[in-house]
Design a protein around this ligand. Structure first.
Ligand SMILES: NC(=O)c1ccc[n+]([C@@H]2O[C@H](COP(=O)([O-])OP(=O)(O)OC[C@H]3O[C@@H](n4cnc5c(N)ncnc54)[C@H](O)[C@@H]3O)[C@@H](O)[C@H]2O)c1
Length: 360
């Protein structure tokens, strides 16, 4: 097992990464105020791993209740959030009950927001079970739900007490979900670490085959990058915005198509190609760089062009996105592979050309 820390002063917390950690309640017990836990999970993950985690906690003397939600992005809404509050209130859970999110980014974002708001905040632990959640969504404290008018529009910053990333559970992920997570893995290399990007080019086949050592290395490197960025800028007033590379386009694709039609990682992959293309049109990177990015995303089994949505709708949806400030669009663009920056000086004509070239 490897342990990293997210350095946030008195809210600092550990990220444990390793195989077969789900059954080791010993890591969780010291984080609990009282031996009372509500595990939030979804139907798919419950069938695979709920018993393992619940029994490990019960064996450690913990009173465990389960809250099992419908699986999928469409659950990231008010109605499902209310089901968590209903269950907590129905069981008279108090401020010292710890909420444990067992699942992917959907469960983590929902449970995190419930933990941030139930009785004005209760302890929260992330047990991410998708690649995307292990390398990205479980770290950094962004929680929330979608609104029909925009992705992740309602939410809160709320840090977990601990992240427990058991890499052995990734073996049961359907290939499409593994690929979706790979989009965020590739993103970390693109924005911060050219050597990691090159390593991914060498090792993509091993990763897709769930080679334990390759997965452990990739999860760890992404967690290191994300933890460092979050420690520097928890509330996204500066460098943290770089983690949104590909997301302005990606979120527009997700809400434009209706949540769940494309997986989040798939929309981000197509969004990263559009952002790379825009970076090239701005004279920042070369055609050869864009080709390298497209080739790696393709090898990871990801889409490299957006679906058929009218460019006008994409633009409109991007203006609703949180990354727009005072109606002005902000883009994360690549200065080179391994370095990115936020730009507000993108000319409309270049943006339209990038959207059209992606779609055409
Ligand atoms: N909070 C953040 O910082 C942040 C960052 C990136 C993405 N996100 C959010 O994360 C969400 C996407 O997360 P996701 O890709 O994990 O999707 P998800 O939570 O929907 O999980 C994907 C699917 O995999 C299943 N699953 C989970 N673990 C499994 C396992 N070990 N074996 C088999 N099946 C398993 C789930 O039941 C689900 O059907 C989006 O809503 C996105 O907005 C949040």
């Amino acid at each position: 097992m490897q342990t990293l820390r997210v350095d946030l002063g008195e809210r600092a917390y550990p990220i444990h990464i390793g195989e077969h950690l789900l059954s080791s309640a010993g890591l969780i017990l010291p984080q609990l105020d009282l031996p009372r836990v509500a595990i939030v999970t979804d139907t798919t993950v419950a069938a695979l791993y709920l018993q393992l985690l619940a029994e490990a906690l019960q064996a450690g003397g913990v009173d465990v209740m389960n809250i099992v939600l419908e699986d999928g992005e469409r659950s990231k809404d008010w109605a499902t959030l209310n089901r968590i509050y209903d269950a907590l209130l129905g069981r008279r859970c108090d401020r010292k009950t710890t909420l444990v999110a067992l699942g992917g980014g959907v469960v983590g974002d929902l449970a995190g927001f419930a933990a941030a708001t139930y009785m004005r905040g209760i302890p929260f632990i992330q047990v991410p079970t998708t690649l995307l959640a292990q390398v990205d969504s479980s770290i950094g404290g962004k929680t929330g739900i979608n609104h029909p008018l925009g992705k992740n529009m309602i939410g809160a910053f709320y840090q977990p007490r601990m992240v427990l990333a058991d890499t052995s559970v990734l073996k049961s992920l359907p290939p499409r979900q593994l690929s979706a997570g790979m989009a965020e893995v590739i993103k970390h290399g693109l924005i911060r670490d050219a050597a990691f990007f090159a390593w991914l080019e060498q090792n993509m086949d091993k990763l897709l085959a769930c080679d334990p050592q390759a997965l452990a290395f990739a999860v760890r490197r992404c967690c290191e990058i994300k933890a460092a960025v979050v420690a520097e800028d928890e509330r996204e007033t500066g460098v943290r915005a770089l983690l949104n590379f590909g997301h302005t386009f990606g979120h527009a694709i997700e809400s434009g198509l209706g949540y769940g039609a494309w997986l989040h990682g798939e929309a981000v992959a197509a969004g990263m190609v559009m952002a790379a293309e825009l970076s090239r049109r701005m004279g920042l990177i070369t055609r050869a760089d864009v080709d390298r990015i497209i080739a790696l995303l393709r090898r990871a089994g990801l889409p490299v062009a957006p679906p058929e949505i009218a460019p006008g709708l994409v633009l409109e949806l991007m203006r609703v996105d949180k990354k727009a400030e005072g109606g002005k669009l902000r883009f994360v663009l690549l200065d080179r592979i391994g370095a990115a920056s936020v730009r507000t000086d993108v000319q409309d004509v270049l943006l339209r050309q990038s959207l059209a070239s992606g779609i055409g």
